[in-house]
Design a protein around this ligand. Structure first.
Ligand code: ADP
Length: 426
C-alpha cells in the first residue's frame, strides 16, 4: 500500500519537526533529504514521507521547481494528501516563497482551494483574526521583525499571503473554528463560492488544530507549520502509539560530533566534560595551519570507543568563536569546521560507530552528506523536536543518528540520548 500523507518541507530542521509530530500522532514516518532523482525512488514502508528541501529563501522559481519535483515523487509513492510545511513564523517575503509554492502545488494537484495556518500552540505560535502571535506578541513585534533574510513586519497573514499570491486569500476566523468541523466546512464552501483560493485559518489551541484537521479530510493539499500534524492522523484512524516510533535495535560504538556554537550546546558540552568522559576539542586555527586534526581526533577516538561514547567538538563560547572568525573570516571558519567534522564523522563510522549524536544545524547537513545518508526513519523523541532516527548507510548497515540543531535539548542531552536508545531497545 502507498503512503497516506506526503509532506514537502521548506527546510531541514522544519522537516524533522513535522516528522517528529507525525510520529507522536501515530504515523510511521520516513524523512528524505531532498528528492531522489527521478527513477531512483526506493519503496518505503511508512505511513508518511517528509521530503526536506532547502527552498525557504532561494528564488521563488527555484522553490517552485524543487517543490514540484518533491510532489511528483510523493505522488509516485501513492500519497493521498499533500502537506506543504513552512516555518511557524511564516518566514517569507512579498516574492514568496509560501504563496508561489502553494499555488504551484494547487495547480499541479488540480485543486481550487487550500488552507494556510502556521499555528503551533504548544510552541507559542497562535493565529487569531488572521494575525500571527509569537508567544505574547504579534509577529511584527517579535524578533522576526529584524530577520536578515525574511523580516516579518506585518502580522496579518491574509495580507502577507495575499501579497505573494495571484489567488484571493480569505480567512476562517476563530468563531467558526471554535464552532466545529461542520462550521469550518460550511465556511470553506462559502469562501469557495466567493472565488477565494486560500484561507488563512485561526488556531489558538490544539483543539482548534484537531477540528481543522478533521475538516480538511480529503483535501488534496494542506499548507501549515508543523502544528496541523496533530490534527490529520485521526482521519486515517491513527492514534498515538509507541509502535510508530519503533527503530531497529542499536548496535556498534557511540560518538558525539558537535559543531554547534549555540548557548545550549555549550552547556551540553560542559556537562559532558564534567562527567569525565573522553572528549577531543577541534581547534579551527590548527586546522587552518594545515595540521592533521582529523587524524588526531580519530586516533584519540579509536582508543576510547570501546568504552564510549566519545565526543569530538569545535563548540566554543561566542567570544572564542569571534576571535577565530576574526582570524579566518566567519564563512571560511564555518566551512572549515564543517568539512573537518564531516570527515571526523566519516572516520568514526568507518571505525564502527553506529550510534551518532550530531549537534548543529549546518554541521548536521555536512555530516549527513558526507555519510551518504539520504533517508531517515524517525524514532522516539529525545527532547522536544529532536528524535532519534535510523539511516541506511551506503554499505547497508543501520546508523542510529540524531541531528540536534543549535538551541535544542537539555544540558545532559548527549548522555541522555544514548540512555534513551538503550531503554527503547530493552
Ligand atoms: P547551530 O545549529 O548551533 O547554529 P550550526 O552547525 O548550524 O550550529 O552552525 C555553527 C557554525 O559555526 C558552523 O558553520 C560551524 O562550522 C561553525 N563553527 C563551529 N565551531 C566553530 C569555532 N570554534 N570557531 C568558528 N566557527 C565554528
Amino acid at each position: 500500500m502507498g503512503i497516506r500523507l506526503g509532506c514537502i518541507a521548506d527546510d531541514f530542521t522544519g522537516a524533522t519537526d513535522l516528522a517528529n509530530n507525525l510520529v507522536r500522532a501515530g504515523l510511521r514516518v520516513v524523512q528524505l533529504i531532498d528528492t531522489p532523482p527521478a527513477g531512483e525512488e526506493q519503496p518505503v514502508d511508512a505511513d508518511a514521507v517528509v521530503i526536506a528541501l532547502k527552498s525557504r529563501t532561494v528564488p521563488a522559481a527555484d522553490a517552485v521547481e524543487a517543490s514540484l519535483r518533491a510532489l511528483a515523487c510523493l505522488r509516485s509513492m501513492g500519497a493521498e494528501q499533500i502537506y506543504f510545511k513552512y516555518c511557524s513564523t511564516f518566514d517569507s517575503t512579498p516574492a514568496g516563497n509560501i504563496g508561489p509554492v502553494t499555488e504551484a502545488l494547487m495547480d499541479a494537484l488540480g485543486t481550487d482551494f487550500t488552507v494556510a495556518t502556521p499555528a503551533f500552540p504548544d510552541n507559542g505560535r497562535t493565529v487569531f483574526k488572521g494575525h500571527l502571535f509569537v508567544g505574547d506578541v504579534l509577529l511584527s513585534d517579535s524578533g522576526m521583525r529584524h530577520h536578515p533574510l525574511t523580516p516579518m513586519t506585518d502580522s496579518n497573514l491574509v495580507s502577507v499571503l495575499g501579497a505573494q499570491s495571484t489567488r484571493q486569500v480569505g480567512l476562517i476566523d476563530h468563531t467558526v473554528v471554535a464552532d466545529g468541523v461542520e462550521a469550518i466546512r460550511a465556511r470553506v464552501d462559502a469562501l469557495r463560492a466567493d472565488g477565494i483560493g486560500i484561507a488563512v485559518v485561526d488556531s489558538v489551541s490544539n483543539d482548534d488544530l484537531v477540528r481543522l484537521g478533521a475538516a480538511v479530510q480529503g483535501f488534496p493539499l494542506v499548507t501549515a507549520g508543523s502544528g496541523l500534524a496533530i490534527g490529520l492522523p485521526a482521519n486515517w484512524g491513527f492514534k498515538p502509539s509507541r509502535a510508530a516510533a519503533h527503530l531497529p535495535p542499536p548496535t556498534g560504538h557511540r560518538a558525539v560530533v558537535s559543531g554547534s556554537v549555540s548557548e545550549a550546546t555549550n552547556r551540553q558540552v560542559l556537562e559532558y566534560l564534567r562527567t569525565g568522559r573522553p572528549a577531543f576539542g577541534v581547534d579551527p586555527l590548527r586546522v587552518a595551519a594545515g595540521e592533521d586534526v582529523v587524524e588526531e581526533a580519530l586516533a584519540f577516538a579509536e582508543s576510547h570507543l570501546e568504552d564510549g561514547p566519545v565526543l569530538v567538538y569545535s563548540t566554543q563560547p561566542a567570544d572564542t568563536v569571534r576571535t577565530v572568525q576574526g582570524r579566518l573570516g566567519a564563512a571560511e571558519a564555518g566551512e572549515l569546521v564543517e568539512r573537518t567534522l564531516a570527515r571526523v564523522a566519516q572516520g568514526l563510522v568507518a571505525r564502527g560507530v553506529r550510534r551518532l549524536v550530531v549537534a548543529g544545524g549546518e554541521t548536521s547537513g555536512a555530516v549527513v552528506q558526507a555519510l551518504g545518508v539520504t533517508g531517515l526513519r524517525i524514532g522516539p523523541q529525545i527532547d522536544p523536536g529532536v528524535p532519534w532516527c535510523a539511516a541506511a548507510l551506503p554499505g547497508g548497515d543501520t546508523l542510529h543518528i540524531t541531528l540536534k540543531s543549535g538551541n535544542f535539548g537539555g544540558p545532559d542531552f548527549f548522555t541522555r540520548s544514548f540512555a534513551l536508545l538503550d531503554e527503547e531497545a530493552a
